[in-house]
Design a protein around this ligand. Structure first.
Ligand code: PEP
Ligand code: MG
Length: 585
């Protein structure tokens, strides 16, 4: 039994499907003499494929983003053709009879120890490039990275070091019953994806890939953050029973999809969905959300083979608007950085990526690239029916000047579009409140925005100075911390005083305990993973303003996150005993 962080509630029992980052267990079997030639050809073929892929990427990125950003792919192609690199790999195959993936693994090891001796940071960073090239090559020797899942029996549990956008494609093809990752925390993207699909998940299980192999039986308990490898028959049958109850409860709750979201005192609340893709948007409808409160557009870029152009983006935005519940969508501009990177912006690796050149900062630096996205969004809003409610949301706003600059950019863009005869429609402009500085100066910022969306995932990590992806500081990165609750109360109160619409779209909105406290703060609009909508709708039926205000008051008197969590657990058990299985910390 291994313990990790519970990131998506529920229980599942299935067959492990391991995605190794690269060669965690390289196949070190020696080739027979007569296999060597074939293996060399296989390597050369992978090299040709990788080279043409890099050339295509470079061309597209250069025209869509910029020459400078495309340079990374040219550099990678140079490594691919570097005689020292290729002859090392060839010699491992021809002289040492290693299979191509194992040869690449050995060469990467050699470079790693060589580079470890240098103090030069620039040189050290080049190792990351060699690594990228090797990962790309391995992708073309594909069976190493992706064991074939088609022969595996029953539901699959995905086991990975971390969940990458490329894994999402695998997920798309075959529904996973559970997800376990070695790194990450409650709000890292693996967790968000798992929750949006309603799949039980546990993160931060260090070293799990060394203890489990594809085909093993595994249990994922997303309530307590437990993973059991190779359970005995008795344990498996006990968990199967809980799994059935979990599935039954979810099905039962989803039947409330056509009901309005109202509290016991008859007050309506808004339950919106966070989506990354069109299929999430369909899930938002199926789960009974009343709109899309956050469309994370970066997944368009992260899952694209190179860069989505204006037309592709326009089509994607139109589709999401068309498929959204009530055709109400808040589209967030590109929020790359931190744990979401694309190769064309990843050349200069930073010591503190979450605090660095990410999100809106990156968009400012690439005005043409940013304008392409803004044009596509405005075009999609303009062609949508008049009753559609499309809004534009800017991530990671830190200072007032940024909002003013964004207003100018949008004004200019609309003028240019009108001059070109392109139909436009002005749409509300909002900010994500996820940086403590913006929380402190919220009153000034409110003058420049039409609405606010609180990004509690980032707000918590910045306020607590605790990386949301690092399991070691998970005890600090807690949304129910006294400091976080105070800041959230103040921000919500400021927005309400100023009469500005405010939503919270971090994962906290869909956590039963978080939801109760936010309701007590006066928040009435929540955006969450689609799968959480029926749970929160059911919970809301037990609440009233008086009740949640009293609970919040008591919680604010407590001094530690442990006390608050214990208190909320008992409150929750009393309020909604039927939902106990779906409660998470
Ligand atoms: C947040 O930070 O709370 C948020 C919703 O944005 P993301 O999780 O995409 O950073
Ligand atoms: Mg964020």
């Amino acid at each position: 039994m291994r313990k990790g962080i519970a990131v998506s509630p529920g229980v599942s029992v299935g067959t492990a499907y391991c995605i190794h980052e690269i060669f965690v267990n390289p196949d070190t079997r020696r080739l027979e003499e007569n296999q060597v030639r074939e293996e060399l050809t296989r390597f050369e073929r992978a090299r040709d494929q990788a080279a043409s892929e890099l050339r295509a990427l470079s061309k597209k990125v250069s025209s869509q983003v910029g020459e400078q950003e495309a340079a990374i792919f040219q550099a990678h192609e140079t490594i691919l053709h570097d005689p020292a690199f290729t002859s090392k790999v060839r010699s491992c195959i021809a002289d040492d009879h290693l299979a191509a993936p194992a040869a690449l693994h050995r060469v990467l090891d050699e470079y790693s120890s060589l580079f470890a001796r240098t103090r030069d940071e620039y040189i050290k960073e080049r190792l990351a490039d060699v690594r990228d090239v090797i990962v790309r090559l391995s992708g073309h020797l594909s069976e190493v990275l992706q064991p074939d899942s088609t022969d595996l029996p029953g539901p699959l549990v995905l086991i990975a070091s971390e969940l990458l956008p490329s894994h999402v494609m695998v997920l798309g093809e075959r529904q996973m019953a559970g997800i376990v990752t070695q790194s990450g925390g409650r709000t890292s993207h693996a967790a968000i994806l798992a929750r949006s699909r309603g799949v039980p998940a546990v993160s931060g299980v260090r070293g799990i890939l060394r203890q489990i192999k594809t085909g093993d039986r595994v249990i994922v308990d997303g309530r307590d953050g437990v993973v059991i490898v190779g359970p005995d028959a008795e344990t498996e049958s006990a968990y199967r029973k809980v799994e059935r109850e979990f599935v039954h409860l979810k099905d039962q709750l989803a039947e409330n999809r056509d009901q309005d979201a109202v509290t016991a005192d008859g007050e309506p609340i808004e339950l919106l969905a966070n989506v990354n893709s069109l299929s999430d948007t369909d899930a938002a409808v199926a789960m009974g959300a009343s709109g899309v409160g956050l469309f994370r557009t970066e997944y368009l870029y992260l899952t694209h083979r190179d860069v989505p152009d204006e037309e592709e983006q326009f089509q994607a935005y139109c589709q999401v608007i068309e498929h959204s519940p009530s055709r109400c969508v808040t589209i967030r501009t590109l929020d790359l950085g931190g744990d979401k990177t694309v190769p064309y912006f990843g050349h200069d690796r930073e010591a503190n990526p979450f605090m660095g050149w990410r999100s809106i900062r990156l968009s400012f630096e690439h005005p043409d690239f940013f304008a392409t996205q803004l044009r596509a969004i405005h075009r999609a809003a303009a062609v949508a029916d008049a009753d559609c409610d499309v809004r534009l949301l800017f991530p990671m706003i830190t200072i007032l000047e940024e909002m003013r600059r964004l207003r100018r950019i949008v004004r200019r863009l609309l003028r240019d579009m009108q001059a070109q005869g392109i139909p436009t429609r002005p749409i509300p402009l909002g900010m994500m409140l996820e940086v403590p500085a913006a929380a402190v100066s919220i009153d000034a910022l409110l003058g420049e925005v039409d609405f606010v969306s609180i990004g509690s995932n980032d707000l918590v990590q910045y306020l607590m100075a605790a990386d949301r992806d690092n399991p070691k500081v998970n005890h600090l990165c807690q949304p129910l911390s006294p400091a976080v609750l105070r800041v959230l109360s103040q921000v919500i109160a400021s927005c309400r005083r100023a009469g500005k619409p405010v939503t919270l779209c971090g994962e906290m909105a869909g956590m039963p305990r978080g939801f109760v406290l936010l309701h007590g703060m006066g928040l009435r609009s929540f955006s969450m993973s689609p799968a959480q909508v029926p749970v929160i709708k059911d919970l809301a039926k037990q609440l009233s303003q008086e009740k949640t205000e009293a609970i919040l008051q008591r919680a604010l008197e407590l001094k530690t996150v442990g006390e608050i969590n214990r208190f909320m657990r008992t409150q929750f058990a009393e309020l909604a005993p039927n939902l106990k299985m779906l409660d998470t910390q």
